[in-house]
Design a protein around this ligand. Structure first.
Ligand SMILES: *Cc1c(COP(=O)(O)O)cnc(C)c1O
Length: 377
């Protein structure tokens, strides 16, 4: 059996090596390292894939979130509602811009932001909601867009983990995650579903004016060379990364299907183990692209299982071990522990199993077999 890895970037690279290497050589030959033709072409190809009017590439997913908030004109003191159960980048940029992060609880089955909790957190200062499509599953965008419309709020989707997933609206229409809110951000960090070989990110929007504003912000606030109309940042996707992304984008659906297949096999093998709750998917399966395959372990057995997996040579992840509202940097006197019953429980129960495009049958049955062995089944 091949050694089991949490993420297998090497195995994936081997299969597209020729394309990537020749695209790299081409960039090296032209020396158009920043904003070269590769970046422009990737941008267009991703716009087509997502069916979104504007993709603005930038340096990473954290910048993408920050720039989206700057572009929307959010001001110090504005309140931004986001999930307590997410990676810190989401709340970090809110705080960095001196906006006020308002953390709310998530749903126990999807781990995504709870629309009812959003409603309870709205005040006259609330300006935006940042749903995170956690672990690859699109949040409840029907409810979130409805709340946003009613209260005149911006929605910025943090789509770092769910590129390629679909959302099916109640009215029967379908959109790609990231093409729904006023703006969205994504990350091309190597281990993400569409990852490059360094750092990268992008902002998406269907709003022409916002896209124009953001294109200036990513480039030092310049709309005309050496005219700085707004305070901007320096956040660019380089051409080598764009070349990798162009080589991988045509495979994104196949990559996500490989993840969905692995998830299906895991769930089939584990669904009858009493202490395990396998991932729940809303409506159909294409709403989840399994950036992580995360299960819940009941009866306080998570840590013992983790130890057992280590002994068996099976890597795992605990995403995330501490709720954001309990992190030193983001503590706030307004929060009460009773506001976060779900997150407080999830941090004790979740464990993520190896998930990538190269997992094979033998590895999956070794992993699920070992887990069943732990539970004596
Ligand atoms: C990875 C990630 C980010 C940040 O992306 P970077 O490219 O690493 O800056 C933001 N939000 C979520 C939910 C992420 O998973």
């Amino acid at each position: 059996m091949k050694k089991i890895q949490m993420v297998d970037l090497k195995g994936q690279y081997e299969k597209i090596k020729d394309t990537v290497n020749s695209a790299f050589s081409e960039v090296l030959d032209t020396t158009a390292f920043i904003n070269g033709p590769e970046v422009q072409q990737f941008q267009k190809e991703l716009e087509n894939y997502l069916d979104v009017k504007h993709v603005i590439p930038c340096a990473n997913g954290t910048d993408a979130l920050q720039i989206a908030m700057m572009g929307l004109g959010l001001k110090p003191g504005d309140e931004v509602i986001t999930a307590d159960f997410t990676f810190a980048a989401t709340v970090e940029v809110i705080a960095l811009l001196q906006l006020t992060p308002v953390l709310v609880d998530v749903e126990p089955d999807t781990f995504n932001i709870d629309p009812e909790a959003i409603k309870r957190a709205i005040t006259p200062k609330t300006k935006a909601i940042v749903p995170v499509h956690l672990f690859g599953q699109t949040a409840n965008m029907d409810a979130i867009m409805e709340i946003a419309n009613e209260h005149d709020l911006f929605v910025i989707e943090d789509n770092a983990q769910a590129i390629g997933s679909n959302y099916h609206f109640k009215d029967g229409t379908t959109k790609k995650a990231g093409a729904i809110g006023h703006a969205a951000s994504t990350s091309f960090f190597p281990s993400k579903n569409l990852g490059c070989y360094g750092d990268g990110g992008a902002i998406f929007t269907n709003d022409d004016d916002l896209a124009h504003t953001i294109r200036g912000i990513v480039n030092h606030g310049m709309y005309e060379r050496y005219h700085h109309d707004v305070v901007g940042v320096n956040s660019r996707l380089d051409s080598l990364q764009a070349a990798v992304l162009r080589a991988k984008l045509p495979h994104l659906d196949t990559y996500n299907e490989a993840r969905q297949n692995a998830a299906r096999k895991y769930s089939e093998a584990l669904k009858d183990v009493e202490e395990i709750t396998v991932p729940y998917t809303e409506s159909t399966e294409d709403t989840h692209v399994y950036h992580q395959y995360t299960i819940k372990i009941a009866n306080g057995k998570r840590d013992a299982l983790a130890k057992y997996l280590s002994e068996k040579g099976i890597p795992f992840g605990i995403y995330y071990p501490i709720p954001l509202h309990n992190q030193k940097a983001y503590k706030d006197g307004r929060y009460e522990e009773e506001d976060f019953p779900v997150t407080n429980q999830l941090v004790k129960e979740v464990i993520s199993l190896p998930m990538h495009t190269e997992l094979d049958e033998e590895q999956i049955s070794y992993i699920t077999g070992s887990i069943k062995e732990f539970f004596n089944q």
